[in-house]
Design a protein around this ligand. Sequence first.
Ligand SMILES: [Zn+2]
Ligand SMILES: [Zn+2]
Length: 144
Amino acid sequence: MEDPDTLTALFRRHGLKVTRQRQCIFEILYSNPAHSTAEAIYVIAKGRMPTISLKTVYETLHSLAALGEIQQLDLGTGSTRFDPDIHHHHHLVCSSCCRIENIDLDLGLLALTAAERHGFMLSHTEVTFRGLCPDCVARDSGSN
Ligand SMILES: [Zn+2]
Ligand SMILES: [Zn+2]
């Protein structure tokens, strides 16, 4: 994802409205850990600009995704995650607390045979590794 000033220029270039509220969301995304939910971004934004609405947060996130500045991810955690890291990567997901980490791993197209491809023209492979993060492992072993 680009820095907030570049995003402001990009929005204007695409004829999209730029408001202080939208810029506030750019700044939050730029300085916060990846994979936030819209609700989490909204809570931070509301702390800075009490009049901001969840609708504004959603609209801004969807505009950023449409411009290819962030990725919208469904990692099976119950809510859509927004990832400012748009380079192709995979994820580790904690099944207990939903912590998400990036993994850089080149899996290519996993060498599917023609029959396995079912005629599809493949573009990329996404893998989600699931398990327990160190905190959840420690908590589980502590309670036993
Ligand atoms: Zn965890
Ligand atoms: Zn990611």
